[in-house]
Design a binder for this molecule. Structure first.
Ligand code: MD6
Ligand code: FE
Length: 205
């Protein structure tokens, strides 16, 4: 997994490859994601419990991830009925470089964190087969990433994810609880209006 060109840190089985993407690669990815958002707008979903999520979400690939009063699920269609756009090539290249597996991801979720946005502790468990890894790319503002264990209330460790960092949940780390406590709004100049993009790749179906 990964390669020799970035700093690798291990947190409860989660690999964090700091500096995996250089600035030009980050800029290209932001361009690709702007195009993507033209075909799959960022939406603010409600949890099954009826709460508005603070993160705005878009997606690409055969399956996007949506949530509403009927539950969390992977869905082949956007809420407006359209297919999801294709996963950008540069994003697929990150999967090939870091996933350690020979399968193509069928789902690419894109989260946007504006000022004050965060994500509660959760496990990624909606995938049909959780033996496949999850690869996550951070772009823009720094984010405080909290990683626990496979138990809901175990001890946790935290790390600041910076623009260009890649995190991989696989093996031991695949089912750990994790979340984003907060972002340092305005800490990066990658996105002109601030905020953070997080791209996660999965074999979901
Ligand atoms: C985030 N990430 O970084 C939230 N999930 O904004 C996740 O929920 C996540 O980073 C699975 C694998 C890696 C992740
Ligand atoms: Fe997650």
């Amino acid at each position: 997994m990964g390669d020799l060109f970035s700093d690798k840190l291990e947190l409860n089985g989660v690999a964090v490859c700091a500096g995996a993407l250089d600035r030009p690669a980050q800029e290209q990815m932001v361009k690709d994601l702007r195009l993507l958002a033209g075909n799959a707008p960022f939406r603010q979903y409600q949890t099954p419990g009826g709460r508005k999520m603070s993160v705005r979400m878009s997606a690409a690939g055969a399956l996007g991830w949506v949530t509403d009063r009927s539950g969390y699920r992977y869905d082949p269609h956007q809420p407006d009925g359209r297919d999801w756009p294709e996963i950008p090539e540069g994003v697929l290249a990150v999967w090939r470089r870091f996933s350690g597996v020979n399968r193509i991801p069928d789902s690419c979720l894109v989260n946007f964190y504006g000022k004050g946005a965060k994500m509660g502790m959760h496990q990624d468990r909606d995938e049909a087969d959780t033996k496949w890894p999850v690869v996550s790319i951070s772009l823009g503002d720094d984010a405080l990433f909290r990683v626990g264990s496979a138990e809901p209330r175990g001890p946790t460790k935290s790390v600041w994810l910076k623009s260009g960092d890649v995190a991989v949940l696989s093996g031991e780390g695949r089912m750990v609880y994790h979340g984003i406590d907060r972002i340092r709004f305005g800490s990066s100049d990658l996105l002109p209006d601030g905020g953070r993009l997080n791209v996660t790749l999965r074999v979901a179906g």
